[in-house]
Write a protein that binds this ligand. Structure first.
Ligand code: ADP
Ligand code: MG
Length: 189
C-alpha cells in the first residue's frame, strides 16, 4: 500500500505535481480518460500508480491493479481454459485498471494481441493507467508488430494524461545520501 501522501515530489522535478494531485481527484476516471506514466526504473511510477489507485478507491471507484506480465499470463491461461469471456467481464467491471510495468518483458504475439484487446475494449468505457519504462517509440519492441502498437496506442492515447517521470532512481538517491552521511566513499555518479 502506497499513498501520494508519502510521495516526495521534490525528488522528481520532471513530474507535474499539480497534474498528479488533479488526477487524484478522480475526475479522469469518471470521464473514462487514461493515464500513462513513463520513465526509467526506480523513479516512482509504481508508487504514483498505487497512490492514484488508492485515491480512486477512496472515491468509491472499483480499481484493479496488475502488472502487464501477470495480466498477459492470466489472459493466456483464461484462453486455454475457455474462460476468457469471464475474465474480460471481470476486467470490464473496474472503473480504473492499472497495468504496471508494460515493457519490462517482451510479449508473445498472442499475449500482445490479448492485451491489445483489453485496452481496446476499455476505450471510452473505462480508464487505464499504464506505467512503462519505455518511451512510445520503443513500444513496438514490446508488442512486436508495428501495426498492433499503432492500434494499441491509438485508443490509449486519445484521451490521455501523460506523467513524465524522467529522473534518477529514488532508491539510488536515498542509498547514496545514506552513504555520504556515513562518510563512506561513493562511486555512483
Ligand atoms: P518504478 O516503479 O518507477 O520503478 P517505484 O515506484 O517502485 O519505481 O519506486 C521505487 C521505490 O522508491 C519504492 O519503494 C517507492 O515507494 C520509492 N519512491 C520512488 N520515488 C519516490 C518519491 N518521489 N518519494 C517517496 N518514495 C519514492
Ligand atoms: Mg515499478
Amino acid at each position: 500500500m502506497k499513498s501520494l501522501d508519502s510521495f516526495d515530489f521534490a525528488a522528481i522535478p520532471a513530474l507535474n505535481k499539480m497534474l498528479v494531485l488533479e488526477l487524484a481527484r478522480g475526475a479522469y476516471v469518471e470521464q473514462r480518460e487514461n493515464v500513462i506514466a513513463l520513465g526509467p526504473s526506480g523513479t516512482g511510477k509504481t508508487h504514483v500508480a498505487l497512490g492514484l489507485g488508492l485515491a480512486a478507491c477512496q472515491k468509491g471507484l472499483a480499481v484493479g491493479f496488475v502488472t502487464a506480465a501477470a495480466l498477459v499470463h492470466e489472459l493466456l491461461e483464461a484462453t486455454d481454459e475457455r474462460r476468457l469471456l469471464r475474465l474480460q467481464k471481470q476486467l470490464a467491471a473496474y472503473k480504473l485498471l492499472i497495468v504496471d510495468e508494460l515493457g519490462y518483458v517482451p510479449l508473445s504475439p498472442s499475449g500482445a494481441e490479448l492485451l491489445f484487446e483489453v485496452f481496446s475494449r476499455r476505450y471510452e468505457r473505462g480508464s487505464v493507467l499504464v506505467t512503462s519504462n519505455l518511451p512510445f517509440d520503443e513500444w513496438t519492441s514490446v508488442f512486436g508488430a508495428e501495426r498492433l502498437t499503432g492500434a494499441l496506442l491509438d485508443p490509449l492515447t486519445h484521451h490521455v494524461h501523460i506523467l513524465e517521470m524522467n529522473g534518477e532512481s529514488y532508491r539510488l538517491k536515498v542509498s547514496r545520501r545514506r552513504q555520504s552521511k556515513a562518510g563512506a566513499p561513493t562511486n555512483a555518479s
